[in-house]
Ligand binder design. Sequence first.
Ligand SMILES: Cc1cc2nc3c(=O)[nH]c(=O)nc-3n(C[C@H](O)[C@H](O)[C@H](O)COP(=O)(O)O)c2cc1C
Length: 383
Amino acid sequence: MAKIEEIRTMMYPRVRAEWERICDEARPRVAPRCKACRECDSARPKCGFVSSERGKSGIRNYEKLQQIRLACDTIYEGGNGDEIDSSCDFFGVEMRAPVFNAPIAWVKNAFPHSHFKKPGAERVDNRATDSDDYAYAKSLIEGCAAAGSVGWIADSRHHPLVHFYEDGLRAIKEQGGRGVPTVKSWNDDMMPRKIMQADEAGAVAIATDIDCVGLADMSVNGQYDSLPGVVNPKSAKQLKEVFSVTRKPYILKGIMTPQGAVKACEAGASSIVISNHAGNSLDQSLATIEVLADIKKAVGNEIKLYIDGGFRHGEDVFKALALGADGVLIGRPVMIAAEGGESYGVALYLQKIIWELQNAMRMTGCMSLKDITADKIWITREF
Ligand SMILES: Cc1cc2nc3c(=O)[nH]c(=O)nc-3n(C[C@H](O)[C@H](O)[C@H](O)COP(=O)(O)O)c2cc1C
């Protein structure tokens, strides 16, 4: 295995071979729920993230992206490739490309053989308090930083023995604040408290997955066990109050309509993430890529637009940028990368995406991100 510092200069065939090896390493650890497929499309039989009659939104995310294609044109005065610049700014942090991991809080409950299990520790109240959440968060934050990205971490329900969020903040603090903590939409003082903690950790920005209210184990309707912690929807006025706890940029994740995006602007959000939570919170929604152009039309350049759901290659990232997004988050593959190779795996996967994005830019005559416009893609009839 190469050193993490060598990843940025690794050639593409080696990156791909390493990625296959990392999937092989991850496979037994994520079984039986996840098969660590070489390409996660949500739709394979026995995919543990999708039950047969639910989860159509996650499948649609992937399928709709396949219906957009890139417009190759290499007749232009080019150089050796060094002139291709995929870098961007994320609230004052320079990124090598507009690609992030998406926050995923679930490793401990989803994967009984997780790499991040602490050997011999107890399970309490059927919560896997025996997992090393800090090691998982560190893999994400450190791996993203090594690839030149910014890592995101997630929040979890309250339990005296579960410190998932705090462990994530620790990893962010150790990385000089290079990370985005995601706070759930709690109905009590838990929300401002967690925002203040994120502020103290020096996070670049703070996010809330406002669509978490639809998660089976989170919602008021679905409140199901003894753990405290209820989440609820919030109006623009309520969100404005929430944001006032911090001076950090605030990102709202889980927006799927132009109206929702306009309300996020009214509330004072700095950015939104167009997301349907991989299809976990509402079945039968549109794919995220389908709503992107309308949302862009509604908010223009007023806020930054990020998107996630089914993005698996740099070419997919290119499609979102062409339709007006400022960046893309990738969820499950990065989780597999962390299981299979910790921070090295995460950095390697992101390097693969960055390489593919830069190659797509070269093949379409885009020297920088601003050149990636709607005329650089084909939207096929199926879309
Ligand atoms: C198992 C699982 C757990 C997730 N947990 C969270 C979470 O705690 N907070 C959050 O904002 N999003 C969560 N998400 C949603 C992801 O951040 C992201 O929106 C989604 O996974 C992106 O789609 P992709 O996995 O197809 O790339 C979760 C998704 C999955 C699959």
